[in-house]
Design a protein around this ligand. Structure first.
Ligand code: PMP
Length: 358
C-alpha cells in the first residue's frame, strides 16, 4: 500500500494497534467475562418458535419501543429517566464521545481501567486523562480531585465494579466525584449482575449522572446491546448521534424474549457469584499468588514469583484460555480469569496448579 494513500489516515489512528481478540477454538474460554451458560432447552425452543415471525426483510423499529419498555422495567430505571440503546455499551461510549468531542476537551478515567474509554477518546479526536488508582486499586481522591480541577473533563467514566481489577469503588468516593465533576459522569455498571449494587436509584439526584448497563455479561454477549440511562434532556442529545437502526431485529426480538424470562439469567448470575466466591477462596490458598477481591465475574491475580506470560502460555497449552494482563506498571505479572462453569473453573485450577509446579 502506498504512503500517498495511507497519509490520509489520521496519525493518531495509524499509531494504534487494533484491539486483539485471540482465537479460542478448542479451548476452555475464560478470557472475556462471558456467562458460560446457555438458555434452558425449553426456553430455547420457545425462542426459536418466535424467531420465524421476525421480519428480517424490514428495517428494525428505530426506537426499539418494545425492548425499550422491557429494559426500563427489568433494569429498574427510575420513573422520569430516559434511556438510549447502543450496539453494546462500547457503542454508547462512542456515542458519548461523539456528542461531546472538541479539540480542547478530554475524557477522564482511571488506570488500571477499561481500555475502550481511552481508545474511543482517541477515535473521537479527544484527549484522554488517566488517573492512577492507589496500590490496592481504590480511588486516590487527592489525585482525582487535582486531575478534575486541572483538566475539566467533559466526561468521567467510572467502571463500577472496575475492569480489570474486579473491585467496587467506595460509593461515597464515587459520589464525591459526581459532585465535583464539571461535565458528565458515566457509571459503567457492566458487571452489575455480580455486584448487585447500583447508582441507578441515584439518577434522580444528579442531572450530570448517567448509568450504563449491558446485557453482555448477563448471558447475551452475542447480541450486542447496551443501554445508557439518565436525564431525558441529556439522553435526547446523545440519541442524535445514534445511527438510526443500530439495534438489529434479531437483537430486539431476542433480548425482549429473554428479559421477559429474566429470572433465568438472574439464576445464572447467582450461580456465577457463588462460584466466583469459591474460586476466590481456592486461589487465595495458593501462596504463589496475590489475589485481588472481586465483585465481578472475573478475578485478577498476580504471580509473586513465576512469570505471568509463561503461566498464561502453559495454561493455554493445557487447553485453558485466560487473559494475560502483564505489562509494566500496576498490572505487572497479573493474569485475569473469568468465572466459568464449576467444571471449567476446576479445569483452570488444575492447569494453574500444574503450571505453578513447572
Ligand atoms: N464496560 C466495561 C467495564 C467492560 O468491561 C466491557 C466489556 N468488557 C464493556 C463496558 C463493553 O461491554 P459491551 O460492549 O459488550 O456491552
Amino acid at each position: 500500500m502506498s504512503e500517498q494513500l495511507l497519509k490520509w489516515i489520521r496519525p493518531e489512528i495509524r499509531e494504534l494497534s487494533a484491539y486483539q481478540v485471540p482465537d479460542a477454538s478448542g479451548l476452555i474460554k475464560l478470557d472475556a467475562m462471558e456467562n458460560p451458560y446457555r438458555l434452558p432447552d425449553a426456553l430455547q425452543r420457545q425462542w426459536l418458535d418466535g424467531l420465524s415471525s421476525v421480519a428480517i426483510n424490514r428495517y428494525p423499529d428505530p426506537a426499539a419501543t418494545q425492548l425499550h419498555d422491557r429494559l426500563i422495567d427489568v433494569m429498574h430505571v427510575p420513573q422520569g429517566q430516559a434511556i438510549v440503546l447502543g450496539n453494546g455499551s462500547d457503542e454508547l461510549i462512542q456515542m458519548l464521545a461523539l456528542a461531546v468531542t472538541a479539540k480542547e476537551r478530554c475524557i477522564l478515567s482511571f488506570e488500571p481501567g477499561f481500555v475502550m474509554y481511552s481508545m474511543i477518546a482517541r477515535f473521537a479526536g479527544m484527549a484522554y486523562v488517566s488517573v492512577p488508582l492507589a496500590d490496592d486499586f481504590t480511588l486516590d481522591m487527592d489525585s482525582t480531585r487535582a486531575a478534575i480541577e486541572q483538566h475539566q473533563p467533559a466526561i468521567i467514566f467510572i467502571a463500577y465494579p472496575n475492569n480489570p481489577t474486579g473491585n467496587l469503588f467506595d460509593s461515597d468516593a464515587v459520589e464525591d466525584i459526581i459532585r465535583m465533576a464539571p461535565g458528565l459522569v458515566v457509571i459503567d455498571e457492566a458487571y452489575h449482575p455480580f455486584a448487585q449494587t447500583s447508582f441507578m436509584p441515584r439518577l434522580t439526584d444528579y442531572d450530570q449522572l448517567l448509568v450504563m448497563r449491558t446485557v453482555s455479561k448477563m448471558g447475551l454477549a452475542g447480541l450486542r446491546l447496551g443501554l445508557l440511562c439518565g436525564n431525558p434532556a441529556l439522553i435526547s442529545e446523545i440519541d442524535k448521534v445514534r445511527l438510526p437502526y443500530n439495534i438489529n431485529v434479531l437483537t430486539q426480538y431476542t433480548t425482549d424474549f429473554v428479559l421477559n424470562n429474566a429470572g433465568v439469567l438472574q439464576g445464572q448470575a447467582e450461580m456465577i457469584r457463588a462460584d466466583r466466591d469459591h474460586l476466590l477462596r481456592q486461589l487465595s490458598l495458593l501462596i504463589e499468588l496475590e489475589v485481588f477481591p472481586s465483585q465481578a465475574n472475573f478475578i485478577l491475580f498476580r504471580l509473586k514469583q513465576a512469570n505471568a506470560t509463561d503461566v498464561f502460555n502453559l495454561l493455554r497449552d493445557d487447553g485453558v484460555l485466560i487473559k494475560n494482563m502483564d505489562r509494566p506498571g500496576p498490572l505487572a505479572n497479573c493474569l485475569r480469569v473469568t468465572v466459568g462453569t464449576p467444571e471449567e473453573n476446576q479445569a483452570f485450577m488444575h492447569a494453574l496448579e500444574e503450571a505453578l509446579r513447572h
